[in-house]
Design a protein around this ligand. Structure first.
Ligand code: SF4
Ligand code: MG
Length: 337
C-alpha cells in the first residue's frame, strides 16, 4: 500500500520560564514518535488530555515545527522544504478540531467558509468555487440551501460536517482529526464517525484520529498508538491493541471504557491519580506513580518501546514496559481478575 505519511523520532521540546528563582524547564511535549501511515488507513492516537497528542497533530499539519525528527509526505521531507513548497504540501494535510463552534467563523456564511481555502490557494473562478463547495456539501450530507446560512443555525453534528467539508475542499491526502466527536452527543458521534469512514473510502483519505476515548477509536482505527506524557507506550494494529493489550496504561484505559465488551476487559485496572506535570516528569517510567506493577527498576530506568516477542502474530506490536518484558503482568493480574 502507498505510504502517505512517515514520521521518525518526532520531538517537540519547549523551554518554559519558571520565574526568577527557578531555572527554565524543558517540557518534552512530544518525545520521539515514529509511525507510518498508508493511503486509506487510520492511525488513532490515544491518551489523556495533556499527553502530547494534540501537539503531535499540530506538528503533522505543520502548525508547529518539530524541534527534532523527520516528517515525510509521499516521500518528500516536509521539514527541509522551502516555505512555498511547504505551503503547497500543507494543503494536502488538513486538520479538524474538537470544537466546531470555535473553528467556524460566525460572521461568514457556510459557502464563504468552504470557499475560503480555494480563494487563498487556487485560481478557481467564483462559479467553480461555488460548484466545488456544493459538491463537497452534498458529500458530507449538507443541503444546497445551507450554502447561504450561518454556523449558528446548525447543530453541533452539522457544524462538524461543515468543518469536515472545509477540510476536504483542497483534496487532501491526510486529515488530522483532533477529538472530532468528543464535543458531540453519543448518538451524533456515530453518525459523524460513519460519515468519516464513508469519506475515507470514497476519497482514499488517510486519517490521524486523535482521541482520549478508546471506544471511539475501536470502530475507526487500523493502527493505534497509546501516548503517555509525550511518549508512545504501546503501538500496534487495532486487533493487537484491543484483543491483546499489554501495557498497564492501555489496560487501565480499556478498563475505564464501559462500552467495550466484557470479554475484552480481561484485566481490570483502575486508573488512579493524575497525569504528572510535564514540567517535572517522574524518573524512570513516567507511569510508575500510577502503576500497580511498578518496582525499583521502573522508578529508575525508562523502558524502551520495543517489539513484544511473545508470539509470531505480534511482530509489529510495540510496548514500552519492564513488567511486560519480564513477563510479570500475567502472573499478577491472574490474582486479581
Ligand atoms: Fe508500570 Fe514499570 Fe511498566 Fe512503567 S515500566 S508501566 S511502571 S510496570
Ligand atoms: Mg488535546
Amino acid at each position: 500500500n502507498q505510504l502517505i505519511l512517515k514520521a521518525e523520532n518526532l520531538k517537540q521540546h519547549y523551554q518554559v520560564k519558571q520565574g526568577l528563582f527557578k531555572p527554565d524547564a524543558v517540557v518534552k511535549a512530544v518525545d520521539g514518535i515514529s509511525f507510518h501511515l498508508e493511503k486509506g488507513k487510520t492511525l488513532a492516537v490515544v491518551g489523556e488530555s495533556g499527553c502530547g497528542k494534540s501537539t503531535l497533530g499540530r506538528m503533522l499539519t505543520m502548525i508547529e515545527t518539530p524541534t527534532e525528527g523527520r516528517l515525510a509526505h509521499l516521500g518528500e521531507d516536509l521539514l527541509t522544504l522551502s516555505k512555498e513548497a511547504q505551503a503547497k504540501l500543507r494543503q494536502k494535510i488538513q486538520i479538524i478540531f474538537q470544537n466546531p463552534y470555535g473553528s467556524l467563523n460566525p460572521r461568514k456564511k457556510i459557502g464563504a467558509i468552504l470557499e475560503e481555502p480555494l480563494v487563498i490557494n487556487t485560481k478557481l473562478s467564483k462559479a467553480d468555487r461555488k460548484a466545488k463547495a456544493l459538491e463537497i456539501m452534498a458529500k458530507v450530507g449538507l443541503k444546497t440551501e445551507h450554502y447561504d446560512r450561518y454556523p449558528h443555525m446548525f447543530s453541533g453534528g452539522q457544524r462538524q460536517r461543515i468543518a469536515i467539508a472545509r477540510g476536504l475542499m483542497l483534496d487532501p491526502n491526510v486529515i488530522v482529526a483532533d477529538e472530532p466527536v468528543s464535543a458531540l452527543d453519543v448518538s451524533v458521534q456515530a453518525q459523524v464517525l460513519n460519515l468519516m469512514m464513508d469519506l475515507q473510502q470514497e476519497f482514499g483519505l488517510s486519517y490521524v484520529f486523535i482521541s482520549h476515548d478508546l471506544s471511539v477509536v475501536e470502530h475507526i482505527a487500523d493502527d493505534v498508538m497509546v501516548m503517555y506524557l509525550g511518549k508512545v507506550v504501546e503501538q500496534g494494529t487495532r486487533e493487537q491493541l484491543f484483543n491483546n493489550p499489554q501495557h498497564p496504561y492501555t489496560l487501565a484505559l480499556l478498563s475505564s471504557t464501559p462500552q467495550l465488551s466484557p470479554e475484552k476487559r480481561r484485566v481490570r485496572i483502575k486508573l488512579e491519580g493524575e497525569l504528572p506535570s510535564p514540567l517535572n516528569p517522574p524518573s524512570g517510567c513516567a507511569f510508575h506513580g500510577r502503576c500497580r506493577y511498578a518496582n525499583d527498576r521502573c522508578r529508575s530506568e525508562a523502558p524502551v518501546l520495543r517489539l513484544n516477542h511473545a508470539n509470531e502474530q505480534e511482530k509489529d506490536h510495540l510496548i514500552a514496559c519492564h513488567a511486560v518484558e519480564e513477563n510479570r503482568i500475567g502472573a499478577l493480574s491472574a490474582q486479581t481478575v
